[in-house]
Design a protein around this ligand. Structure first.
Ligand SMILES: Cc1cc2nc3c(=O)[nH]c(=O)nc-3n(C[C@H](O)[C@H](O)[C@H](O)COP(=O)(O)O)c2cc1C
Length: 205
């Protein structure tokens, strides 16, 4: 069975070669992030932030602290996908728009905040795990939006996290989870690589 969504997933690859002359408008970047942020997050925390590195000056700041990877200077934009340590105290504010919209009854808010507190408050490792999960879900959604628009993308962990944190003014509770380059490709990118057989990775129980 196939459809447009499956075609989009099956045809995505990690791009290496981008058209260095291509740009995305700030409206396109805004739309990419808007759609990407409909990805799910734990307790609707939305504990993410996206720094769009798209000017030559900003790219020149990022490139040397990201292994001089070519997509940073050549792709239209590279997002620093930032995860924020999970903090249950923001749950009421994050849920307020749902309550206002009549999606969630107000009395349910503590039913989300209290377990979130129990899950994260005294568990720094979990707070960080959630930051990484959240940013990864957001980046994944953006990768497929980009593909659906005919754009290439490259998730990248090849960067100095301490230097990126400092250079781009991340807050104490923020983790630079990954870089994500996005833009029109130029010829030469590989086809999607074969995967491990499903029989090796799927365990039916
Ligand atoms: C978390 C993560 C980190 C990655 N880091 C880099 C990177 O720093 N540089 C790079 O060129 N590709 C990077 N990649 C791309 C992978 O090499 C690529 O996704 C993998 O080889 C599978 O190829 P495909 O995405 O084309 O199917 C990364 C991918 C992921 C998911």
């Amino acid at each position: 069975m196939t459809n447009a969504v499956i075609d989009c997933i099956l045809s995505r690859t990690a791009a290496k070669y981008y058209d260095p002359a291509a740009a995305l408008s700030d409206e396109q970047i805004h739309e990419l992030v808007r759609i990407g942020t409909t990805a799910p997050t734990s307790f609707h925390l939305q504990n993410w932030r996206f720094i769009a590195v798209r000017t030559p000056e900003a790219k020149a700041r990022l490139s040397p602290i990201a292994w001089n990877q070519p997509p940073i200077t050549e792709a239209a934009v590279t997002f620093i996908v930032v995860g924020q340590l999970a903090d249950s105290s923001v749950v009421p504010a994050r849920l307020a728009p749902l309550v206002e919209a009549g999606i969630m009854p107000a009395k349910m808010v503590p039913e989300w905040e209290i377990p979130a507190r129990g899950l994260y408050q005294d568990y720094p490792q979990r707070q960080r795990d959630e930051a990484v999960r959240t940013a990864t879900f957001g980046a994944a959604a953006m990768i497929y939006v980009a593909r659906s628009w005919g754009l290439g993308s490259t998730p990248m962990i090849g960067f100095d996290d301490v230097a990126v944190h400092r250079e781009f003014g991340l807050a104490k509770d923020e983790v630079p989870v990954l870089l994500l380059s996005v833009g029109p490709e130029r010829p030469g990118n590989w086809a999607q690589k074969p995967r491990r057989p499903v029989s090796e990775v799927l365990h039916l129980v």
